[in-house]
Design a protein. Structure first.
Lengths: 281, 269, 348
């Protein structure tokens, strides 16, 4: 048994090394190099931690950090709730439709974000498609719904581009599950719902974990959707973008990036531990 | 009676949900597709008349064509490179229960959480000073850092879900580790590799904030050209490009299906 | 001190990963007789090729490769490679140009190097401390939908009052758009009695208007707001408005507010250590013939005093004397505060 377990510890190290070194050289070092901007004084001489103090004591920035996490968490939860049934359908029932489903899933990722935003605007504008339908054609409403520039639409737009990651991550794991396990459970008298909750769902927890991590992390670092759709949210990535684009204060941008990275890594580590715990249960 | 018994309520609800889901997914994109066939010179909906003139514009505007080629090269290159270094790492880490493995996994996934504009900006200054400069190589390296996490994570998840017994059986029968990998592990993790590569390809192909910093006359990617184009004008060629990308995706998926079978990617055998 | 630390890290990095790639040739255009110049994509690029690149190549026999992109990208590339800039001529907005001048990334313009500089109003060169000059400009004012706004406001003051009264929904540049502090905050504050040192009139006006305002994230967004009916009016650029009109959107129109809108210019600069041939190209860019051709193709006014516009363009162009050139240096000092205040007070 012992000799057959693949891979052994030193081999494990060897296999991990290229990826670890690659990121060290081309991700960590550039970031550290850039991170030094956050502690260099504005005049270029000497070291200061004033930016970090400002960021971590000012109520406005703390709210922004909380908003960043809340937005990513909300998007992740919604993606799990609507993504799981779709992944399940894709693996178990889609059959010859699976090609079409995959195409429809990745279509948002292939459409320029500017045009996608335009699509939302056409749908939800004050005199747009849906409001015209509700107010003029059907007479259901007296005044048009205000949808653009609300946090709700921002969440919807995030879900729209990120849910494919969730669906495909879950599907990749679901299809690896040995269906005989489910069949045995049913033979032993478990109902289909019970089989699902006690066999299928626990076995696919890794897929949910992967999808959640991808969705959460990507949402945590995105700003373009917020720039284009507004919604009044001031997340950290949006403020970082402002530093690059409007104020060109690279020191502050670097400070915010470091804080964002730390926040994200803590969330990520906790999620990974949680998934492992769940997977072992 | 028998009719009602055969009517599967659970499945009907599921199907209805999936249909509603795809209406949500398709609506904003459908508008873009329709808008790309307009005969007007500006983007507006509903369109005034049908025309293919904005598709012609794509083929007349050389930078669009050149940059599509560059984007494809970078997306394929970064995905291949990510697979090369990512798959071994994913397999090595997937089954270890230790906190150490979680930490390394966290580290490998960390590029996901950084706004890409920061990655691009930092990489530009760093790579310039170590001599890689603004080049195709630099662009490929920077893209690989953000593509890698997708491969690592999806492969690790799929590998963890497969039964260990196959590998053990193969090893007991005398297969060396490379043979075990090639004949046993690789087929098992294929769905993860395909899903991860798909993510990686799409993320790279659609990337603006990194490519932006590495543009050179010969290495402009499509999103950079589109951004530059829209700095001054906003015509339906941008919508037409989106439609064209969708069309290319269909062609790509059909080819994958013919060569390989799409259902293999999403379903067990 | 810190620079030393950074170098140390970089060397480690070089050893760890990049050694294999070191000493690759920086750019393909490194040969003599070839320069890299910059342009925005689409019609803009076509105008650069016709008006600048072709005459330059005819005159010198050299080649000019056009790099598409946008100003912050080009400037970052130059900043990252100051010894061997990958670009020889950059086109930048004045705030970035001043930034580049301060960081000592660009060369000083003189009449000896660029004879046609003599015909550019001195204000445009002085504003950049002589390290570059403005070659074309537009004005940010009021753009509106003629079908829904029958009686458009003629001044910023009128615009603010009637937006606050709910006469329409206005689409204003959002804070994530780079030019917003200038085209909206400074211009509106100035029109309402404020200045760079007193931005309160803008924030007071914004507070009144807020419930009837939406924000655009990029210029195309503004046009979408108008064409989709989400907004009826807003603050936008003249040149882009005319481009939409020429493209067939004849239902929009532009007004330069009576207090005067802000000038939004584009400047040309030569990075330090860029090839000397770049001076020739810049001289062509500033010549009356090239400038006129450029203005005709893009519907934006240019800066050379000798240029005579045909009547249909003269009618559209706002002479730069009727708008205000923003005090970029002073704005740069307070811009971060303005943005911060906006984030806290305005939201959007």
């Amino acid at each position: 048994m012992k000799t057959s377990t693949f891979p052994t510890i030193p081999r494990r190290l060897l296999l991990t090394l290229p990826a670890v070194l690659f990121l060290l050289a081309f991700f960590i070092l550039p970031l550290v190099d850039n991170g030094l901007r956050s502690i260099v004084q504005a005049d270029g001489n000497g070291i200061t931690f004033a930016r970090y103090v400002q960021l971590l004591t000012d109520q406005f920035y703390l709210t922004s950090i909380a908003q960043t996490i809340a937005l990513s968490a909300a998007v992740t939860v919604i993606c799990v709730l609507i993504g799981y049934p779709v992944a399940y359908y894709l693996v178990r029932h889609a059959g010859r439709w699976s090609g079409l489903i995959i195409f429809l899933l990745i279509a948002p990722l292939l459409t320029s974000i500017i045009m996608r935003t335009y699509g939302w605007q056409v749908l939800f504008a004050r005199r747009g498609f849906i409001n015209t339908l509700l107010v003029q054609d059907l007479g259901l409403l007296d005044t048009p719904l205000r949808v653009l520039d609300t946090p709700g639409l921002v969440v919807a737009a995030f879900v729209h581009v990120l849910v494919p990651f969730m669906v495909l991550s879950i599907a990749a794991v679901l299809q690896g599950i040995d269906r005989r396990l489910e069949e045995s459970a049913q033979l032993l008298g478990a109902g289909r719902l019970r089989t699902f909750f006690e066999v299928t769902l626990p076995l696919s927890i890794d897929g949910i974990g992967t999808g959640s991590i991808l969705v959460f992390m990507v949402a945590n670092g995105s700003f373009v959707t917020l720039v284009l759709l507004g919604g009044g949210l001031k997340t950290l990535p949006l403020l970082i973008f402002q530093q690059f684009n409007t104020t060109r204060d690279f020191g502050m941008a670097s400070t915010m990036s470091t804080v964002l990275l730390v926040v994200a890594l803590v969330c990520l580590f906790l999620q990974l531990r949680l998934v492992r715990r769940g997977g072992e249960a | 009676m028998s009719f009602f018994r055969r009517l599967d309520l659970g499945r009907a609800i599921l199907t209805a949900f999936v249909v509603a889901f795809f209406v949500f997914m398709t609506l904003p994109i459908g508008i873009v597709v329709v808008a790309s066939f307009t005969d007007a010179s500006f983007v507006a909906f509903p369109i005034s008349g049908w025309s293919l003139r904005w598709f012609r514009r794509i083929f007349e505007y050389q930078p669009y064509l050149d940059s599509i080629a560059v984007s494809l090269q970078i997306a394929f290159g970064a995905t291949a490179l990510s697979c090369l270094i990512g798959i071994p790492a994913a397999i090595a880490l997937a089954r270890s229960p230790s906190a150490w493995a979680s930490a390394v996994m966290t580290y490998l996934l960390s590029p996901l959480s950084m706004p890409m504009i920061v990655i691009g900006f930092a990489a530009l200054f760093f790579l310039s000073r170590v001599g890689v400069g603004v080049s195709f190589t630099a662009l490929l390296i920077a893209h690989t850092t953000v593509c890698l996490p997708y491969i690592v994570r999806t492969v690790a998840a799929t590998y963890r879900g497969t039964a260990r017994s196959y590998e053990e059986a193969a090893a007991l029968l005398g297969a060396n580790p490379l043979q075990v990998f090639w004949h046993v592990i690789l087929p098992l993790i294929r769905p993860g590799i395909v899903a991860g590569s798909l993510f990686s390809f799409l993320v790279s192909f659609d990337n603006l904030p990194i490519s932006y910093f590495f543009g050179q006359p010969g290495t402009l990617t499509l999103p950079v050209v589109m951004l530059s184009y829209m700095e001054h004008q906003f015509d339906p060629s941008i919508a037409a490009l989106s439609t064209l990308q969708l069309l290319l995706a269909i062609v790509g998926l059909v080819i994958v299906d013919r060569l390989y079978g799409i259902d293999k990617m999403t379903m067990g055998d | 001190m810190t620079d030393f630390t950074r170098r140390g890290l970089l060397q480690t990095g070089g050893l760890l990963g990049a050694a294999a790639f070191a000493n690759l040739p920086l750019t393909a255009a490194a040969q003599a007789g070839e320069i890299t110049v910059t342009a925005l994509g689409g019609i803009w690029e076509e105008a650069v090729k016709k008006a600048f690149v072709e005459p330059f190549e005819r005159k010198t026999g050299a080649k000019a490769n056009v790099l598409l992109g946008s100003p912050p990208q080009w400037l970052s590339q130059v900043e990252a490679n100051p010894k061997n800039p990958p670009i020889d001529v950059i086109i930048v907005t004045p705030d970035l140009a001043i930034n580049a001048a301060k960081m000592d990334l660009v060369d000083t313009f003189t009449v000896e190097k660029v004879p046609n500089l003599a015909d550019i109003p001195a204000e445009f060169t002085n504003a950049l401390s002589g390290k570059g000059t403005v070659f074309d400009y537009g004005v940010a004012g009021i753009t509106y939908n003629k079908k829904t706004v029958k009686d458009p406001p003629k001044s910023f003051k009128d615009f603010v009052d009637r937006t606050a009264a709910g006469e329409w929904t206005a689409s204003l540049p959002g804070i994530s758009y780079a030019v917003t502090p200038i085209m909206l905050m400074w211009a509106m504050a100035r029109a309402l009695g404020g200045s760079v040192d007193n931005i309160d009139p803008f924030f007071d006006a914004m507070k009144k208007m807020r419930k009837n305002v939406i924000f655009w994230g990029g210029p195309n967004d503004f046009f979408n707001h108008l064409s989709s009916g989400e907004a009826d009016i807003g603050i936008y650029f003249d040149g882009r408005t005319w481009a939409h009109v020429d493209a067939g959107a004849d239902w929009i129109d532009f007004i330069n507010p009576s207090e005067g809108g802000s000038i939004n210019a584009l400047a040309v600069q030569k990075p330090k250590n860029a090839k000397d041939l770049a001076w020739e190209y810049i001289n062509v860019m500033l010549s009356p013939e090239s400038q006129l051709k450029f203005a005709e193709m893009l519907s934006y006014p240019v800066t050379n005093k000798k240029v005579q516009y045909p009547p249909h363009l003269a009618k559209r162009f706002t002479p730069w004397q009727e708008a205000h050139f923003p005090p970029y240096e002073e704005i740069a000092k307070v811009r971060a505060q303005w943005v911060d205040r906006w984030n806290r007070e305005v939201g959007g």
